[in-house]
Design a binder for this molecule. Structure first.
Ligand code: GLU
Length: 317
């Protein structure tokens, strides 16, 4: 792709938060790991704010970046705003369409649930209702849903329902593929398409993120291959364990003081938060004061905990 920043051979890692609010401890821990993976492997570290969803909180992206700085995390170049990258997203969809790999889908969620699933399809897969419509049927479907616009789906290669990849933390991982959405009916480009196009354009060859996104990775690898951009083994993936709240469910804002600012209001300093995150990763003793540079010296991906970390709430320890 024309903006590929990896032309000098130095790869890049990245952190790509969605600006839906302040980063909580789980997000901060993932960001710290992404930084450690990139810096310890001599890569650049890039930042991308995934702000495609227009309902997002406008100021959150800037606050997220400030919080990363408070922990000592730095990045190269200016953060990329995903909403500035529409032309590239559109061009990628056009390229897929030219190759006959895109079709319009007029199904509502209800239609999808009501449709019989295709034989051998993975559970929850799009049943293929709109995949083989004739031009006349497609025009009728368009008319039926007007003024709503149809979504665009990928025509996944016949018979490809699963794809395997090697994850640095999860090991060999297999996941389902279906005719997933590339562009929603409201015109918003889907996460899977945007992330693949943007990572390729930014020269990202190391993707570290929460393991809740591991099921999306096979779809993204398929897109990389179809678009002819780097894919594994050239691109490496590390899906990191999530942080759980006191109830055992994924950590959420409702679990109390979980952002840097909330913790500071309770008298917990940024340094203490970094120390807690580091000790949860086996990179510091309980209460030991550390800097991200010190953590970098100690970082060994092979020794990282593979289990979720349960955050007890209250103080930072
Ligand atoms: N923006 C996504 C999120 O915050 C992460 C995307 C990615 O790392 O691929 O969940």
């Amino acid at each position: 792709m024309e903006e590929d920043q990896s032309a000098d051979g130095q790869g890049s890692g990245r952190y790509a938060p969605s600006p839906s609010g302040d980063l909580h401890l789980g997000n901060l821990r993932t960001a710290l790991l992404a930084w450690l993976f990139a810096r310890s492997s001599g890569r650049r570290f890039l930042m991308r704010i995934e702000d495609l969803d227009r309902a997002r909180d406008a100021g959150a992206g800037a606050r997220q970046l400030e919080d990363l700085v408070r922990l000592g995390i730095d990045w190269d170049g200016d953060p990329v705003l995903q909403s500035d990258r529409g032309a590239d997203h559109k061009a990628a969809i056009a390229r897929l369409a030219e190759a006959g790999l895109v079709y319009e889908c007029s199904c509502t969620r209800r239609d999808i649930l009501a449709a019989p699933s295709a034989p051998h399809a993975p559970p929850g897969a799009y049943p293929g209702t709109c995949r083989e419509l004739s031009e006349t049927e497609r025009a009728a479907a368009r008319e039926r849903i007007a003024p709503r616009e149809p979504a665009l789906r990928l025509r996944a290669p016949e018979g490809v329902t699963q794809l395997a990849f090697d994850d640095l933390l999860l090991g060999p991982t297999v996941g389902d593929i279906d005719d997933f959405v590339l562009r929603r009916g409201d015109g918003t480009v889907a996460y899977n398409l945007a992330v693949v196009v943007d990572d390729a354009a930014m020269g990202v060859d190391q993707i570290v993120r929460g393991d809740d996104l591991a099921p999306s990775t096979p779809r993204q690898i398929l897109l990389q291959r179809l678009l002819g951009v780097p894919s594994p083994p050239e691109v490496e993936y590390a899906h990191v364990p999530l942080v759980l709240g006191p109830t055992g469910a994924r950590l959420a804002k409702r679990d109390g003081a979980v952002t840097l600012s909330e913790l500071r209001d309770r008298g917990v300093s940024d340094a203490e938060v970094l120390s807690t995150l580091a000790s949860s990763l086996g990179l510091a003793g309980a209460g030991e004061r550390v800097t991200v540079e010190r953590l970098l010296e100690r970082f060994d991906p092979a020794a990282l905990p593979r289990e979720p970390w349960v955050w007890g709430g209250g103080s930072a320890d």
